[in-house]
Design a protein around this ligand. Structure first.
Ligand code: G1P
Length: 250
C-alpha cells in the first residue's frame, strides 16, 4: 500500500515561525511532526510514502537523511500551490494506476490515541476495499472551516456511515451535519481522474473534497469517526495540544 502526505503549505497561521521552520518540522518531543505521520502510515501498512513538499522546505528531506524510515520515501515538489486537491494531483503519475485505495495523511494533522490510518484500513477491508474518510464531530459554529459530510440515512452505527454527500467549508446554514473531514483519507485511485479536471472551488482552490463529491456517483465511500483526537499543528493552539498529547512519546 502507498501513502501520500501533502506537506507543501505555507503555514500562514503559524507565521512568522513558519517562515523559518516548516510546520511539519516542529518538534513533538524528540522528533518532528512529519516523522510521527510517516510512522503512522508505515504502521498502517504503507511500504512507500510519497511526500509532496516544496523546494523552500529542504529541512524535511534533511531529517529523513538522518533518520531513514522503514519504507521507501519518494519526494515530489509542488511549485505552484492551488489547494489540497492540486497538491494531491502532483502525485498522479505515481498513484493513478494503483489498484488499492491510497492513504492520504495531511502533513499538519497529528492524531493521538490510536492509529487512525490503521483503523481506516480495517474499515475498508470490512467493506470490500471501499474508500474511507476519517472524520470527527466539530462544534456547529466551526463547520465553515472543514469538509462536512452528509450521512446516508440510517447508515450510522456510532463510528461508520455511508457517505451521501460532502461539501467543503459550507456556511452554517448549508452544512448537512457537524461531522468534518479530519486529516485522513483512504481513497480509491479513481479520485485522480476527477482531480484532473476539477475546477477551483471554495477559496479559488482546487479542493480534494469536490473531487470526492464527484467520485460518489461512481464509488461507495464510507465515513469513519475515528476514536483518536486530531491536532492541527498549523496553529499555535493546536500545536500546544499536540505536545500535551504526544510530546512525551514523540
Ligand atoms: C483541509 C480539507 C478539509 C478538512 C481539513 C481538516 O482543509 O480541505 O476538508 O476538513 O483539511 O482535515 P484545510 O485545513 O487545509 O483548510
Amino acid at each position: 500500500m502507498k501513502a501520500l502526505i501533502p506537506a507543501a503549505g505555507h503555514g500562514t497561521r503559524f507565521a512568522p515561525w513558519t517562515t523559518l521552520i516548516p510546520k511539519e518540522m516542529l518538534p513533538v518531543g524528540a522528533r518532528p511532526a512529519i516523522a510521527l505521520i510517516v510512522d503512522e502510515a508505515i504502521e498502517a501498512g504503507a511500504d512507500e510514502v510519497v511526500i509532496i513538499t516544496s523546494p523552500e522546505k529542504p529541512l524535511l528531506k534533511k531529517w529523513f537523511e538522518k533518520e531513514p524510515p522503514k519504507a521507501k520515501l519518494t519526494w515530489v515538489d509542488q511549485i505552484d500551490r492551488h489547494g489540497l486537491g492540486h497538491a494531491v494531483l502532483q502525485a498522479a503519475e505515481i498513484f493513478e494506476n494503483e489498484k488499492d485505495p491510497i492513504l492520504i495523511l495531511l502533513g499538519d494533522a497529528l492524531v493521538s490515541g490510536g492509529n487512525a490510518s490503521a483503523e481506516m484500513m480495517k474499515v475498508s477491508r470490512e467493506n470490500n476495499g471501499a474508500s474511507v474518510i476519517g472524520c470527527e464531530e466539530v462544534p456547529r459554529e466551526r463547520v465553515s472551516r472543514y469538509g462536512i459530510m452528509k450521512m446516508a440515512e440510517g447508515s450510522f452505527d456510532g463510528r461508520v456511515f455511508t457517505l451521501e454527500d460532502i461539501v467543503e467549508k459550507p456556511s452554517l446554514e448549508e452544512a448537512p451535519s457537524n461531522i468534518a473531514v479530519a486529516g485522513r483519507y483512504l481513497l480509491n485511485p479513481a479520485v485522480f481522474s476527477y482531480l484532473k479536471d476539477q475546477r477551483a472551488g471554495v477559496g479559488g482552490e482546487i479542493q480534494l473534497t469536490d473531487a470526492i463529491r464527484r467520485m460518489l456517483a461512481e464509488k461507495k465511500v464510507f465515513g469513519y469517526v475515528y476514536p483518536g483526537k486530531r491536532h492541527d499543528i498549523g496553529n499555535p493552539q493546536g500545536y500546544f495540544k499536540a505536545l500535551e498529547a504526544m510530546g512525551e512519546n514523540g
